[in-house]
Write a protein that binds this ligand. Structure first.
Ligand SMILES: Cc1cc2nc3c(=O)[nH]c(=O)nc-3n(C[C@H](O)[C@H](O)[C@H](O)COP(=O)(O)O)c2cc1C
Length: 201
């Protein structure tokens, strides 16, 4: 089955079977840019998501060296109803951790069916770019999604997927370093002039 890349994840979820994704090509690898998207945060972003961290299938950490925190199905809707499957960037924060670990950290997010692992269900998996000392399943997580990096792809090797995820992380950090994005890492509601502790929501 072929699908157009512009259908939202929610539209695709309504189909009788898992959507297919194109394989990653050498041309795609070479074409990747260091910074993605406009210099200002544009609609539909920012998208705010929150929920208790779910246990995934555990392959992100073990196979890919990239642990991910999954959002519960009901928390995905604000994003899946307006975004296509793919890789996105922004910031995330986990509550109930130490001061340092509980800060707002940059994140990359995969929204889709993980075609490399042939998942049957749509998932939203967030990799927070911080070296956490322990798992934090069940803790509340809040995230703000600020931009799109690339489509979800299929891979013929784990190494190629890992290479792309490492590029995604670099692209996310560079893209977030622009003024209009940076401020969400300090105060994710920059238009809101309340004072006090800066938290994500
Ligand atoms: C930034 C990022 C990008 C990803 N891109 C893809 C992708 O293009 N294709 C894919 O099949 N999986 C992709 N993945 C998802 C991994 O396959 C996923 O994290 C893996 O299925 C582990 O999930 P688990 O820990 O629930 O087992 C990506 C994950 C992250 C964090």
């Amino acid at each position: 089955m072929t699908v157009t890349q512009d259908r939202t994840a929610e539209d695709l979820q309504a189909l009788p079977s898992r959507p297919s994704a194109p394989f990653r090509t050498e041309a795609f690898r070479k074409s990747r840019q260091d910074i993605v998207g406009p210099d200002t945060v544009e609609a539909p972003f920012p998208i705010f998501l929150s929920g208790a961290v779910q246990r995934g299938l555990g392959r992100g950490g073990k196979d890919l060296g990239c642990p991910t925190a999954n959002l519960p199905d009901e928390s995905i809707t604000p994003m899946s109803s307006v975004c296509k499957p793919g890789v996105y960037f922004g910031y995330a924060q986990v509550y109930g951790l130490s001061d340092e670990e509980g800060k707002v950290h940059p994140m990359v997010m995969s929204l889709g069916w993980n075609p490399f692992y042939k998942n049957e269900r749509l998932t939203a998996e967030i990799h927070i770019m911080h070296n956490f000392k322990a798992d934090f399943y069940g803790q509340d997580m809040q995230a703000v999604v600020l931009g799109y990096i690339r489509p979800e792809l299929d891979y013929t090797s784990r190494e190629a997927l890992v290479e792309d995820i490492n590029t995604d992380k670099r692209v996310a950090l560079r893209s977030l370093s622009r003024e209009a994005y940076k401020k969400f890492g300090v105060d994710p509601n920059p238009s809101d002039d309340t004072t006090g502790d800066k938290v994500l929501l």
